[in-house]
Design a protein around this ligand. Structure first.
Ligand code: HEM
Length: 538
């Protein structure tokens, strides 16, 4: 295939790729000149010094010197696959996004990841998993950048660098927390009660999946869908694996990581190669879009909360099938750039303060990671919809823009109306009342209940699952060397469940504290305490 094509109006075609098969009877330089010998450098005599004029030597080594790019600051280790998303065509009442409103199929690329480990770390660690899907629709690319845990550590994105600093390897020895001191992690989560919900999920079996193929995925935040009549709904996205949810035990994970640190990547690639294509059903929980953005007493803008499925069932709207492995890990899996702001007409973000910070963070980090502002031209990132933007130049510009007037309005390059205006949907900015427009560094009072859902999650687990949670807290806190931090986290557990706290305290050889009355930072919501039943699926 030839290089990217550029139309007279500057539109780029996303389909073409510069595929270079590694075959042929001769090698060339990067400029296409044939090389006689790639095994010996050019020297002054067989034992002589190497000559500076050996361009092939210098090109080969210089390129090699620059083969690595920075790993992702989080989610560095991952595995990915190509596939298709087939919508059921039953969501037109919710959204005008064509790929959901109509029965249709779009190509996708999905990357799974751990969060904390470096690119070379092991797969079967106790961690949250990323579940990011790029859908190349003909109305633009939609990225659903989610996790396998439905709640997040923090409620405001300004805390993200802090939690990541606390969870990454200790700065002095750079030894991952999974293998040495856990003090910074437990210091952070015991001081930030809002983190208790996410941590309970991390201490549960969900944090050591059997396979990427047996994980759920969650958009976590509440998003806004807008239909063709301009009516809006609030939704939470869910991926449900056809194979069900399966985990391994901690002891199994230790053996797996020793025997095969690539366990999850291998499993995904092998399954796809064998034709056992993994599938996930996409579903949405739908809530009325009210000014309060609260459902059953749960603030929909609080990313540390779920809405139990008994209260809002998940409505299936399509099926994801991963059916092809990447041809090249670096070109595709490493260079793919997801962004929660990659939206299409009919899908919008909400004011969740965690989501709002993410909208800034991803493109910013990718400009460094992928070497400048033009990474959307890398084949894996190219939209399959026609592109006609006014972005120009910059590092690694590979499009050849024609025309002289990349600004609007202009009177020189005609023929490109500014507005969509031709019956095609355009991105929507749903008019939304801005409440209390006062500059504040505060969270709403409705974000203050940090415990009741955590208690409910723990109590909804089967006895064997509860034992695993107790063992996980005991093991992980046992690696925390600072007694004051262990005591503080035991206090948090006392606020969650007295039996859990007592069991962990016994395991640590400590005394279980009494719960705080009322728990600090906690104001259980009446609606939540009335909810019973299973949690949150199956
Ligand atoms: C990756 C920031 C919260 C899911 C990343 C990356 C950054 C980042 C900088 C690396 C991106 C790259 O180099 O391409 C943040 C910030 C957050 C946040 C600032 C909070 C304010 C979340 C949440 C989720 C999430 C809540 C899940 C709902 C992911 C995933 C990836 C990722 C799945 C990996 C994408 C891939 O596979 O390339 N995040 N993140 N992040 N984040 Fe977040």
């Amino acid at each position: 295939q030839g290089p990217e094509t550029v139309s007279a109006t500057g539109e780029r075609s996303g389909a073409d790729q510069d595929v270079r098969a590694q075959r042929g009877s001769f090698l060339t330089t990067s400029q296409g000149a044939r090389i006689r010998d790639t095994d010996h450098s050019l020297k002054a005599g067989p034992r002589g010094p190497t000559l500076l004029q050996d361009h092939h030597l210098r090109e080969k080594i210089t390129h090699f010197d620059h083969e690595r790019i920075p790993e992702r600051v989080v989610h560095a280790r991952g595995a990915a696959a190509h596939g298709v998303f087939e919508s059921y065509g039953n969501a037109a009442n919710l959204t005008c996004a064509k790929f959901l409103a109509e029965k249709t199929t779009v190509p996708v690329f999905t990357r799974f990841s751990t969060v904390v480990g470096s690119r070379g770390s092991a797969d079967a660690v106790r961690d949250t998993r990323g579940f990011a899907t790029k859908m190349y629709t003909d109305e633009g690319t939609f990225d659903l950048v989610g996790n396998n845990i439905p709640v997040f550590f923090i409620q405001d994105g300004i805390k993200f660098p802090d939690i990541v600093h606390a969870a990454k390897p200790h700065p002095d020895r750079e030894i991952p927390q999974a293998q040495s001191a856990h003090d910074t992690f437990w210091d952070f989560v015991s001081l930030h009660t809002e983190a208790q919900a996410h941590v309970m999920w991390q201490m549960s079996d969900r944090a050591i999946p059997r396979s990427y193929r047996t994980m759920e995925g969650f958009g976590v935040h509440t998003f806004r869908l807008v239909n063709a009549e301009g009516q809006s709904s609030l939704v939470k996205f869910h991926w449900k694996p056809k194979l069900g949810v399966h985990s391994v035990l901690w002891e199994e994970a230790q053996l797996i990581n020793g025997a095969d640190p690539d366990f999850h990547r291998r499993d995904l690639a092998d399954a796809i190669e064998a034709g056992a294509y993994p599938q996930w059903e996409l579903g949405v929980q739908v809530f009325p879009d009210t000014d309060e953005e609260v459902f059953a007493g749960i603030d929909l803008l609080d990313p540390t909360k779920i809405v139990p499925e008994e209260l809002a069932p998940v409505k299936p709207i399509g099926m994801l099938t991963l059916n092809a492995n990447p041809k090249n890990y670096f070109a595709e899996t490493e260079q793919v750039a997801f962004h929660p702001g990659h939206l299409v007409p009919g899908i919008e973000v909400t004011n969740d303060p965690l989501l709002q910070a993410r909208l800034f963070s991803y493109i910013d980090t990718q400009i460094t990671r992928l070497g400048g502002p033009n990474f959307s031209q890398i084949p894996i990132n190219r939209p399959h919809a026609p592109v006609n933007d006014m972005l120009r130049d910059g590092f690694h510009q590979s499009a050849v823009h024609t025309g002289v007037a990349p600004y609007r309005p202009n009177s020189l390059d005609g023929g490109c109306p500014f507005h969509a205006g031709d019956g095609q949907a355009a991105l929507i900015d749903f008019p939304e009342a801005v409440q209390e427009a006062v500059k504040l560094r505060e969270s709403p009072a409705s974000f203050e209940d940090h415990y009741s859902q955590v208690t409910q999650f723990f109590r909804s687990l089967m006895p064997a699952e509860q034992d695993h949670v107790i063992q996980a807290y005991t093991f992980e806190l046992g690696k925390c060397f600072e007694p004051a931090i262990r005591e503080r986290q035991l206090q948090r557990l006392a606020n969650i469940d007295a039996d859990l706290c007592a069991a962990v305290a016994t395991g640590l050889g400590m005394t279980a504290p009494d719960p705080e009355q009322p728990p600090r930072d906690s104001e259980p919501s009446p609606a939540l305490s009335q909810i019973g039943g299973t949690w949150p699926v199956d």
